[in-house]
Design a protein around this ligand. Structure first.
Ligand SMILES: NC(=O)c1ccc[n+]([C@@H]2O[C@H](COP(=O)([O-])OP(=O)(O)OC[C@H]3O[C@@H](n4cnc5c(N)ncnc54)[C@H](O)[C@@H]3O)[C@@H](O)[C@H]2O)c1
Length: 425
């Protein structure tokens, strides 16, 4: 089949590359000329495991363009994978989606517009009206939300837990199912609104688990229990399961914060106060800031103290720093008058962090610091020579924001170690 993908970002590129891998002819369209040039040269503008290889292997079936007509010409399905960031009010900003809908060229053949961008419930209905107003009745509409996680997106796309296809017309759903031929997964066929809600509810469920275990961690800290052991103990309960029960310094990224806010706002706009989700968001905001309290308890006022942030991406395996806890931490530390150094193996801190000294290596970031904060659980940090790290630090304090390191080993090296929800000494 011929597939067009609008948006060459984290989702659009993975979608394009994976559909090409399934044997389809794919054209990826973006409005950013530079991105398209990079892709045409054979380079990959983002850090995502396996993506470069997949794009390279499927080059004969992949094209990149900025031209709408070139992308849509002959296409059976046009995927929308443009950004839907939050507006000031917390609603999703759908302006890029509307641009795609409004610039869709007229064709004589049947064409399916498939939504991969995460959008509020009700968006599909509005898109349908807009298409009808342009007399584009030959364009079908399907909600086909994306559940991939950055860092494992290629694997997630090729081996999803499920494929959700919400359509107004069953024949359109058939086409979208056909595009997925070769992918083994249960298919949920439903109405458009339910498909839209499945995406938002899935992310809401995941962030609820994160804030839940973070609150358990905070109570563990206050009562002397260890959240890592507690999470293992509850995770083995089949009714609960072990995924998303790692306590830490809160969730970030381009999806969880914005999608939870969008669902909260969607509920509020519909007259419903989603109290649980409000609390989940609030807990997450406070969780990021708890690190500051931990540092202050050990170091006193942070003015003129030097603190290293290890890891800047919102999670390992990606260079994405959107809504990363590192941004809040850096901002708070600078506001307290601390000097901040930082390191990340792939994320470019220079773009996002002003006033922070970006180091070329983790060890370099630790030179002369009063404390290190492990912000992102990069495997490189587990492998770090912590004896050498300790020798470089002015004061051997580590706040392990992801409970990644072995407290016993670090204490044996003379570190003061503090995790999240773990007993302190
Ligand atoms: N990042 C993820 O892991 C993930 C996972 C699931 C769902 N989503 C959802 O997918 C959507 C895209 O997310 P992303 O992280 O890939 O965003 P992104 O910002 O990385 O990419 C969006 C791309 O769309 C391009 N664009 C904007 N207007 C365009 C237009 N008119 N035509 C073509 N391209 C246009 C932008 O230039 C950009 O390259 C969002 O709604 C997001 O919530 C993201």
């Amino acid at each position: 089949m011929r597939v067009a993908v609008f948006g060459a970002g984290y989702v659009g590129l993975v979608t394009g590359a994976c559909f090409a891998e399934l044997g389809h002819d794919v054209v990826v369209r973006d409005v950013v000329e530079e991105k398209i040039e990079t892709l045409r040269r054979g380079d990959v503008p983002i850090h995502e495991e396996g993506l470069g290889e997949l794009l390279g292997r499927n080059r004969p079936r992949l094209r990149f363009t900025t031209a709408v007509e070139e992308a849509v010409e002959g296409a059976d399905v046009v995927y929308v994978a443009v950004g839907t960031p939050p507006t000031y009010s917390g609603d999703a900003d759908l302006s890029a989606v509307w641009t795609v809908v409004d610039e869709l060229p007229r064709t004589d053949r049947r064409l399916i517009l498939a939504m991969k961008s995460t959008v509020p419930v009700g968006t599909g209905r509005i898109v349908r009206h807009r298409l009808d107003a342009r007399e584009l009745e030959n364009v079908g509409y399907v909600s086909n939300p994306e559940f991939t996680a950055e860092g494992t997106a290629v694997r997630d796309f090729m081996h999803p837990d499920r494929v959700v296809v919400g359509a107004f017309d069953p024949a359109d759903a058939d086409v979208v199912e056909e595009v997925h031929r070769g992918i083994e997964a249960p298919v949920i066929r439903c109405d458009v609104a339910s498909a839209e809600m499945i995406k938002l509810a899935a992310n809401a469920a995941l962030v609820t688990r994160i804030s839940f275990i973070n609150e358990i961690a905070n109570v563990c800290e206050a009562t002397g229990a260890d959240v890592v052991t507690v999470a293992e103990g509850i995770g083995l309960d089949r009714r609960i399961g072990s995924a998303f029960l790692r306590a830490g310094i809160g969730f970030g990224g381009s999806c969880f914060p914005k999608d939870s806010l969008a669902l909260k706002q969607l509920a509020a706009n519909s007259g419903y106060n989603f109290q649980l989700l409000n609390a989940v968001i609030e807990v997450n905001e406070l969780q990021k800031r708890r690190v500051i309290g931990k540092l202050e308890r050990r170091l006193g006022p942070l003015r003129d103290k030097k603190v290293a942030l290890l890891g800047l991406a919102f999670k390992p395996g990606t260079d994405d720093m959107r809504e990363a806890p590192s941004l809040v931490l850096a901002g708070r530390l600078l506001a307290e008058g601390a000097e901040v150094t930082a390191w990340d193996p792939v994320a470019d801190g220079r773009i996002h962090l002003h006033g922070v000294e970006i180091a070329g290596s983790a060890l370099e970031a630790l030179d002369g610091v009063d404390a290190a904060v492990l912000v992102t659980e990069w495997p490189e940090l587990r492998e770090l020579d912590w004896a050498e790290a300790g020798a470089r630090m002015r004061n051997r304090l580590i706040v392990d924001g992801r409970n990644m390191l072995d407290p016993g080993e670090l204490r044996a090296l003379g570190f003061e170690y503090e995790g999240i929800g773990r007993a302190t000494e």
